[in-house]
Ligand binder design. Structure first.
Ligand code: FAD
Length: 437
């Protein structure tokens, strides 16, 4: 295996994003020759259209499946201890809360499940039941504000300086001699096949360049289902965010505030070093259905096609998003409720029906490996997901992950495991957009 690693050539489509950059990192760490690794992306790493190109993302432990627990514990360890990732983890804690009886019951069950997982999480997770307990963790909140709130406080949580962490991988990869192609020269057009039409041996990009490799990893995030026919296993959706600029004095008051998340409203992060607070609402996402023919589909089909802020900078978000983000600001940051937003953006992910990733070799095409289906929760795995993608490529991935991540048409990726199916942007009042596809 060691000698194969030295000579195996790998192309990563979407290598400027989350799963793709992590894969490049782990190929290098496993002994692959860096100059045999080619990162293709439309934008330079950290790709400005990656879902990970963001001020911050939440780090928390997921418990939905055994695999989620294993992957989040691995990731937590790397965010805390790996020298490449450590600088980007702001381990300020996270408060997952509600004031609605039904949600409080669910949160309480979730808390109990964390304790019962026997993974030492009883030392880092606490149930906050009273206003006093909550105010001790959130001193910048008022007693009036947290009336009736209860929830789970975790010391394992916090935020990740997302784009900066991908950038660090990019700098490391460049320093090691990884090949990069961006713009039209890095934008995937179609896979290339040997004469048998079954063995993938490279990629053609939009400018007509051809790149050859032993393995091609398709890690193009929300764009993957538009590039390769995934038989409706993934539906790409946008979520929205807005920023508020604070004065240095205001920012100081919120310093070290844990991430506060309320599933009925959204979440916010402490200000970054420039005094910028990010606020998101929580909803089932927006689709953008068009008639489009991904490679491998017999004919054009109705498919949700992402429109990144990077490619469409004048696109707005729907009026309803402004209302719901303002509602989240009023709940979490009442003193800032009338403050203008300095940046509003949509960010694209791709959901599977069961919220598990789709990481497998394409069932028809040998050596073409899919690494997608992030389902809106995969940034936290930036440090470790690439390790498992490389294991899949080498045929050593553990059996339960193979099962969770296998090719599995069927199910409803439009709704996925969310409260409701996503609504289409075209039907949303207030969504202004340029005419380009
Ligand atoms: P991406 O990171 O988007 O990478 C895809 C890459 O493919 C991009 O670099 C893109 O430029 C490239 N590409 C596209 N088309 C082509 C082409 N034709 N040729 C070549 N390259 C191409 N996760 C968390 O863990 N915690 C959070 O708090 C969190 N919050 C989120 C908040 C919002 C608003 C959103 C939208 C997502 C959030 N997520 C969070 C989810 C997380 O960001 C994603 O799960 C993760 O970043 C997806 O990674 P990916 O590699 O699949 O896609």
């Amino acid at each position: 295996m060691a000698s194969a690693r030295k000579t195996t050539k790998v192309i990563i489509v979407g290598g400027g994003g989350t799963l793709g950059s992590s894969t490049a990192l782990h190929l290098i760490r496993r002994g692959y020759t860096p100059s045999n690794i080619t990162i293709l992306d439309t934008y330079p790493i950290p790709s400005s259209q990656s879902a990970g190109h963001d001020l911050n993302k939440i780090m928390s432990i997921r418990l939905r499946t055994k695999a989620d627990l294993q992957l989040s514990l691995e990731a937590l360890d790397m965010w805390k201890h790996d020298p490449l990732f450590k600088p980007f983890f702001h381990n300020v804690g996270m408060f997952d809360c509600s004031s609605e009886a039904e949600n409080i019951t669910e949160l309480r069950e979730y808390y109990q499940a964390l304790i019962d997982a026997n993974a030492g999480l009883d030392k880092t997770n606490f149930w906050l039941d009273s206003e006093d307990e909550i105010l001790s963790k959130l001193p910048c909140f008022t007693r009036e504000q947290v009336k009736g709130w209860k929830g789970l406080f975790t010391l394992d949580g916090g935020w990740l300086a997302a784009a900066k962490a991908i950038n660090a991988i990019g700098l490391f990869a460049k320093g090691q001699g990884v090949q990069f192609k961006f713009g039209d020269a890095g934008t995937f057009k179609k896979p290339l096949f040997a004469e048998n039409e079954v063995t993938c041996y490279g990629v053609e990009t939009v400018d007509g360049s051809r790149y050859f490799a032993d393995k091609v990893i398709m890690a193009a995030g929300a764009w993957t289902p538009t590039l390769i026919d995934l038989e409706d296993q993934c539906v790409s959706k946008a979520w929205v965010l807005a920023h508020i600029q604070l004065t240095p004095e205001e920012a100081a008051a919120y310093k070290n505030t844990p991430v506060v998340y309320d599933g009925s409203y959204g979440f916010f992060f402490e200000p970054n070093e420039d005094g910028i607070i990010k606020v998101c609402d929580e909803f089932p996402g927006f689709t953008h259905f068009k008639t489009h023919q991904p490679y491998g589909a017999d004919e054009p089909k109705c498919i949700s096609v992402p429109r990144s802020h990077a490619s469409h900078p004048t696109d707005t978000y729907p009026d309803a998003s402004e209302v719901s983000i303002r509602k989240a600001v009023a709940r979490f940051l009442p003193g800032l409720k009338d403050r203008p937003f300095i940046n509003r953006a949509m960010c694209w992910c791709t959901d599977t029906a069961d919220s598990n990733l789709l990481i497998c070799e394409h069932p028809k095409w040998k050596n073409l490996i899919l690494a997608t289906g992030d389902s809106g929760h995969s940034f936290k795995m930036l440090p470790n997901i690439g390790k498992h993608i490389v294991e899949l490529m080498e045929g050593t991935l553990q059996q339960d992950l193979l099962n969770y991540w296998k090719w599995r048409p069927g199910g409803d990726a439009l709704k996925s495991t969310r409260a409701a199916p996503a609504k289409d942007l075209a039907d949303r009042p207030g969504w202004k957009h340029d005419a380009r596809l």
